[in-house]
Design a protein around this ligand. Structure first.
Ligand SMILES: [Zn+2]
Length: 368
């Protein structure tokens, strides 16, 4: 048992690429080495000294956390300081620390979508678009008869998907020429002789996040020793990404009932609600963690209610003025699902590691 950290990072980034993260964020491997091999990964929301103790006791050699352990500029690593001590302990015990923060919020099937599912909301859309995926066109020249195999390889890697259609490609026949030089082992033809072959020009579209693996699968499925292909950057707009979701309840609900449902789902002792609790809501904005900054945008986009955490007095007042309801379900409470999400995701991948969820209660607040 054991897996290189770089493979675990690659797997994590297949779900939530670090390029998705907000500019101010600090995600990725924060302590340790990409080349190291680990056996046991512990997943948590925050790296605290209790979580570090838990990791050491459980002989975990990697911590995957939502909140970055190094966030504000770290000017020193001193054992007597809280953060310094954490990093010191991590290095001393050979524990590597990785963070997936806003990239995991933003990612499709990440934390925002997880909460949309938990709340049984339908037709999710992005609340605040931060980015659009870059698109490329791959053109590859394949000897006739091998084009389906190459197209399958591309599709398997995530190329050729348009909307709900896979295997999208365009093919045209032509003649390819080549002359094998000394030291070659050609699939067709002989060294030193000009060869003319019936070939298919196969072209398809690929998002940036799937480009490298598409080239890998394409060349593996291609019979030629040297594969001729072109990659063109496109100006077409790729899939949108962003913070928060707007989704709808299957049918309108009175705000007090919706809030009570959230209390149950998030296992809360209390929930803070602004606005008339007897009014109905249907179009819901969701921003896990600290989302009060999105009150105005959610109102402008016609949402009846924003579900988030960390809402302050004046922000609640703004919501009242704008006529949007806000449910403050708590920062911790709307993000604690990170652990389940990542544990379940990693367990479903082909990794040679044990994955456990941290059991440390790290919510700094108690409701009495
Ligand atoms: Zn957070």
């Amino acid at each position: 048992m054991g897996e290189k950290i770089k493979n675990i990072i690659k797997t994590m980034e297949t779900l939530a690429s670090k390029h998705y993260a907000m500019k101010w964020d600090n995600v990725g491997l924060q302590v340790g080495s990409k080349e190291a091999e680990v056996r046991k990964v512990i997943v948590c929301l925050d790296v605290t000294k209790e979580v570090m103790k838990e990791a050491i006791e459980n002989k975990a050699d990697m911590i995957i956390a939502h909140h970055p352990v190094i966030f504000s500029p770290l000017k020193s690593v001193v054992k007597e300081d809280y953060k310094g001590n954490l990093i010191h302990e991590a290095i001393k015990n050979d524990i590597h620390i990785y963070s997936a923060h806003t990239n995991m919020d933003i990612a499709k099937d990440g934390l925002n979508d997880y909460i949309v599912d938990k709340l049984a909301l339908e037709n999710p859309d992005i609340l605040d678009i931060t980015d659009r995926e870059k698109l490329y066109k791959i053109v590859v020249f394949v000897p006739k008869g091998h084009e389906d195999k190459v197209a399958d390889g591309l599709a398997e890697a995530g190329a050729g998907h348009i909307g709900n259609y896979s295997h999208c490609s365009f093919r045209i026949e032509g003649t390819g020429t080549f002359k094998p030089q000394e030291g070659t082992n050609p699939f067709i033809g002989k060294q030193g002789e000009l060869e003319k072959v019936e070939e298919i020009r196969l072209e398809t579209i690929v998002p940036q996040s799937r480009l490298a693996q598409s080239i890998e699968k394409m060349t593996a499925a291609h019979p030629y020793e040297e594969v001729a292909y072109d990659i063109f950057p496109l100006n077409n707009l790729g899939e949108k990404r962003g913070i928060g979701r707007i989704a709808t309840l299957p049918s309108s609900k009175v705000l007090s009932d919706f809030a009570k449902g959230i209390k149950e789902i998030f296992q809360l002792k209390a929930v803070k609600v602004t606005g008339d609790i007897t009014e109905e809501v249907k179009k819901i904005a969701v921003v896990n963690g600290s989302g009060a900054d999105y009150i105005q945008l959610a109102a402008a986009r016609g949402c009846d209610c924003l579900v988030t955490g960390d809402v302050k007095y004046h922000e609640a007042q703004t919501a009242l003025e704008l006529g949007i309801k806000v449910i403050d379900a708590g920062h911790f409470e709307t993000e604690m699902f990170f652990t389940d999400l990542v544990v379940n995701y990693l367990k479903g991948q082909n990794l040679n590691i044990e994955v456990i969820a941290s059991q440390t209660k790290i919510n700094p607040f108690n409701i009495l």
